[in-house]
Design a protein around this ligand. Structure first.
Ligand SMILES: [Zn+2]
Length: 230
């Protein structure tokens, strides 16, 4: 666990709307142009940041969709991090060709600001697909082309839609849950920040020190003063 002043800095960055949160957390970590990162690269960096702030392993509980058993799971998100090229992809389907690029945080910000999920999906598709070459005769781009683009982008940037595979201890049902690194880190930062603020409140009451004085103190000394104040 990082020291309290660092936890509070990142907790502050996580406040506000969910849209843009990944970008704000990465900016607090010194990432100058988070908006340009692909979704997968942003997830990879958030996983690394989370490792430094709250530790590597994740413990979570998930209810089995088949039998309702509450399963406890523990995993290391580094296991999710596969190699990805991240670059543009070119696909062909039914004589059509398309070039596309993985989505970035800036694309998601634009989608979040659009009017409704249908509009957002169209906008994301329009931003991802950078060129389309129809065959002789043209017409409407076939669904197979869009499906091929989506499959190629999934392969190029697999962490864009990171998923965790789970198996129920009760009935052996297997299922997947989405892994949202920014949302998880926000929940964990909130818990850690509340603990840090409770310590500040205890020390301020006991000794009359300011928040800045308490947070500026080495963690080991702060802990001893906490024990003495107890
Ligand atoms: Zn089950």
């Amino acid at each position: 666990m990082a020291d309290a002043d660092i936890i509070l800095t990142f907790w502050q960055a996580a406040q506000g709307p969910g849209a843009g949160r990944a970008k704000r957390l990465l900016a607090a970590a010194g990432e100058a142009d988070g908006a340009a990162l692909t979704l997968g690269e942003a997830t990879r960096r958030l996983i690394a940041l989370r490792g430094r702030l709250v530790g590597e392993a994740i413990s979570a509980v998930a209810n089995c969709p088949a039998c309702g058993t509450v399963n406890e799971t523990r995993f290391v998100p580094a296991d999710l991090v596969g190699a990805a090229e991240g670059g543009p992809v070119m696909v062909e389907a039914e004589g059509w060709r398309a070039t596309a690029r993985p989505l970035t945080l800036a694309d998601m910000d634009a989608a979040a600001a659009s009017a409704g999920p249908g509009v957002a999906a169209d906008l994301l598709r329009a931003r991802a697909i950078t060129a389309v070459e129809p065959p002789e005769g043209g017409g409407e781009a076939p669904a197979a082309l869009i499906a091929a683009v989506e499959a190629a982008l999934d392969a190029a940037d697999p962490l864009a839609d990171a998923r965790i595979g789970l198996v129920c201890a009760g009935c052996a049902q297997s299922w997947e849950v989405a892994f949202d690194a920014a949302a998880l880190l926000t929940v964990e930062l909130d818990a850690a920040a509340r603990r840090a603020m409770a310590e500040v409140a205890t020390l301020a009451r006991a000794y009359g020190w300011s928040e800045a004085e308490i947070l500026g103190m080495p963690a080991a000394r702060r802990q001893i003063y906490l024990d003495l104040a107890g």
